[in-house]
Design a protein around this ligand. Structure first.
Ligand code: AP5
Length: 215
């Protein structure tokens, strides 16, 4: 199964990707996670990406496309993959098509998790993440048992720097300007599956499962 997860920042793409990974046994390719890892390791990509991410801007296409192409060429992607956070504009969408043509494979589905902006703002401003194992929390909906401490590994639970109000506003503006075009790009090709994301995590998961079973 080869899936793209599309939707505004904070729609729940990462949350749902974790479930799809368990269900289909395919790798989760999150460009946001890859970039944050590169920043942590202070690689050249990480140093370049940090300036953009901190402002809520998109990292340049050539950097991202190179990174994703390299990842898609690895053996674990032969059985499929779930792309989360890529593509993010039409250029990246076309670059993904070229990369898949080279690999002689097609996308099965583009799952678009649609969530209104007020919900997104609430989700992102309340999101907290474990610095060690990456588990996702929300101060109101999914708080860790002990504040600031990960239930799973005991690591530090922190707020992503780009989850501050000003940066969230800019990320949403960038989404409206750049990523929204991709919806019609995939709709025109009959690949788009729209899921209302303003429901509980379990309800959204059930709906994605049902729609993917029909693909
Ligand atoms: P990235 O990390 O991809 O961020 P994003 O797309 O903005 O998405 P998020 O990770 O913020 O949200 P999500 O939809 O995964 O939601 P989540 O499941 O965490 O990218 C970060 C930056 O990297 C970009 O701004 C850009 O600079 C750069 N970048 C990345 N990819 C790029 C690319 N292709 N090109 C150029 N630049 C790129 O959920 C959010 C919160 O809500 C959590 O707290 C969660 O617990 C909670 N939640 C989830 N679902 C529900 C629910 N149903 N009900 C209640 N709470 C819920």
């Amino acid at each position: 199964m080869r899936i793209v997860l599309l939707g505004p920042p904070g729609a729940g793409k990462g949350t749902q990707a974790d479930h799809i990974v368990d269900e289909y046994g395919i790798p989760h390719i999150s460009t946001g996670d890859m970039l944050r890892e590169a920043i942590k390791n202070e690689t050249s990509v990480g140093l370049e990406a940090k300036n953009y991410i901190d402002k809520g801007e998109l990292v340049p296409d050539d950097v991202i496309v190179r990174m994703v192409k390299e990842r898609l060429g690895r053996p674990d992607c032969e059985k499929g993959f779930i792309l989360d956070g890529f593509p993010r504009n039409l250029e990246q969408g076309r670059a993904l098509d070229d990369a898949l043509n080279e690999l002689d494979v097609n996308l099965n589905s583009v799952v678009y998790v649609n969530v209104p902006e007020d919900v997104v703002i609430e989700r992102l401003s309340g999101r907290r993440i474990c610095r060690s194992c990456g588990v996702n929390y929300h101060v109101k909906y999914m708080p860790p048992k002990e504040e600031g401490v990960c239930d799973k590994c005991g690591g530090e639970v922190y707020q992503r720097p780009d989850d501050k109000p000003e940066t969230i506003k800019n990320r949403l503006a960038v989404y409206r300007q750049q990523t929204a075009d991709l919806i019609s790009y995939y709709e025109d090709r009959g690949l788009l599956v729209e899921i209302p994301g303003d429901k509980t995590v379990e309800e959204v998961t059930r709906e994605i499962d049902a729609r993917l079973e029909a693909v």
